[in-house]
Design a protein around this ligand. Structure first.
Ligand SMILES: [Zn+2]
Length: 109
C-alpha cells in the first residue's frame, strides 16, 4: 500500500496527486504545487490566496494499492473526469462544506 495526497481545485475541479504522506510535505511544498495551477485562472491576489488556502486545507491523504499509484494524476493537474481517483479521495460533497468565500455581506442598508 502507498500513501498519496490528493489536491483538488475548487475553481475548475482539476485534481492533482502527490506521492507520499501529508506529513512529508510542508505548506511551502504544497503552495509550490498549487500556485502554477492557480496562475492559469484569472484570479486577483486575494482570491488566489483564498483558493490556495482552500486547496491545501482540503488536501486529502489516501492509501491505495501500490499498483494503482500510476493511475493517479501525479504528473500534472488533470480534469477530475479524465483521471482515476479511488473512492473517497475527495472529501468535498459530503458532510459540511466549508464556504468557499465569506457569504456574509456586511451591507448597511
Ligand atoms: Zn483549477
Amino acid at each position: 500500500m502507498e500513501s498519496a495526497m490528493v489536491l483538488s481545485c475548487p475553481v475548475c475541479n482539476a485534481v492533482h496527486a502527490l506521492e507520499g504522506r501529508r506529513s512529508e510535505y510542508s505548506k511551502q511544498d504544497l503552495y509550490a504545487r498549487v500556485k502554477p495551477h492557480l496562475g492559469r485562472h484569472d484570479l486577483n491576489e486575494p482570491k488566489m490566496a483564498i483558493r490556495k488556502y482552500e486547496i491545501i486545507s482540503n488536501a486529502t491523504e489516501i492509501v491505495i494499492p501500490s499498483e494503482t499509484t500510476q493511475q493517479l494524476p501525479i504528473e500534472e493537474w488533470t480534469k477530475r473526469d479524465d483521471t482515476w481517483l479511488p473512492d473517497g479521495a475527495l472529501s468535498s460533497g459530503e458532510g459540511s462544506l466549508p464556504a468557499p468565500e465569506p457569504s456574509v455581506e456586511i451591507s448597511s442598508r
